[in-house]
Design a protein around this ligand. Structure first.
Ligand code: C2E
Ligand code: CA
Ligand code: CA
Ligand code: CA
Length: 280
């Protein structure tokens, strides 16, 4: 029996090492991905419920690994966060998005883009200056840029993060709290944050359709929208996959929606056509 236990633990250790090695390899690959042009950005629209106009796009990073092909951000972003490399990635995303915004404006397309940022970005005291310099360089108004920060991120190192967040917002950049409802913070805690918008997490939104009005998820979504509005915040729902969910959210007074039902994330060059078709 002892032998068996030993065997299991060595098999476990081997599996463990393998996963560890794989992460190390991925991390070292990650560090050359920018220079080797393996990243690109896809853009997913958010549209206003009132007039069905696109209000903003969200930038989502894509990694095309030379051997593994598409590696989802949920896999490599946490790795980049744990290693500190996320700061380099975030700056690359900001730079790429701002260049794209400038290009769109040159062809008379004025739309805003929100970039996802991480907890480590909010301890990067140089970030507000970096953002301002990019906007200046490309002659863009700050309103062209938004930032999405997850709920847990802001709460983690609240004091420090708050200061940098305040600086970013005073530049005129719109701030959204992402994945709202998945963390521990209450709406009351949000009151003290420099925030413009709440993004209700898709785990609640995707369960809306087919549920009774008094079931848990509809009640959570509806009361979040009401309370957010009372605090002067806009609400966007992510993960809207069908028309029934759209109508429900419209009934609850949700301001904007995002999801596969409107559009999947798409490459930058597909956007002008999509916007043209969507408006008609
Ligand atoms: P997120 O910011 O919460 O982004 C929403 C995710 O849901 C995206 O996955 C998006 O493609 C997906 N999604 C959108 N609409 C629907 C829908 O109707 N149904 C379903 N099932 N999913 C939908 P993606 O692109 O794989 O990104 C996953 C996460 O990776 C993001 O979650 C975000 O936390 C992170 N991420 C992505 N790009 C970046 C980035 O540039 N920087 C940072 N720091 N994180 C990023
Ligand atoms: Ca997001
Ligand atoms: Ca989200
Ligand atoms: Ca998420």
């Amino acid at each position: 029996q002892a032998k068996e236990r030993q065997l299991t633990s060595s098999v476990y250790a081997a599996g463990h090492d393998e996963a560890h090695l794989r992460r190390l390899k991925m991390l070292s690959d990650l560090r050359t991905a920018i220079d080797d042009e393996q990243f690109h950005i896809q853009y997913q629209p958010k549209i206003a419920v009132s007039n069905r106009q696109a209000t903003q796009l969200e930038a989502l990073i894509r990694w095309n690994h030379p051997e593994q092909g598409f590696v989802p951000p949920d896999e490599f972003i946490p790795l980049a966060e744990n290693s500190g490399y996320i700061r380099t990635i975030s700056r690359w995303v900001l730079q790429t998005v701002i260049r794209q915004l400038a290009e769109w404006r040159r062809s008379e397309l004025s739309i805003a883009v929100a970039v996802n940022i991480s907890a480590l970005d909010l301890v990067d005291a140089g970030l507000p200056r970096y953002v301002q310099a990019l906007l200046d360089q490309h002659e863009l108004p700050p309103s062209a840029l938004g930032l999405e920060i997850t709920e847990t991120t802001v709460m983690k190192d609240a004091r420090h993060a708050l200061h940098i967040l305040q600086e970013l917002r005073s530049l005129g950049v719109a701030i959204a709290i992402d994945d709202f409802g998945t963390g521990y913070s209450s709406l009351a805690q949000l009151r003290s944050l420099p925030v413009d918008e709440l993004k209700i997490d898709k785990s609640f939104v995707m369960k809306l359709a087919g549920q009774a009005e008094d079931a848990e998820d509809p009640v959570i979504v509806r009361s979040t929208i009401d309370l957010a509005h009372n605090m002067g915040l806009k609400v966007v729902a992510e993960g809207v996959e069908d028309e029934a969910t759209w109508w429900r959210l419209a009934g609850y007074g949700c301001d904007s929606i995002q999801g596969y039902w409107i559009s999947r994330p798409m490459p930058a060059d597909a956007l002008p056509e999509w916007l043209g078709e969507f408006a008609n």
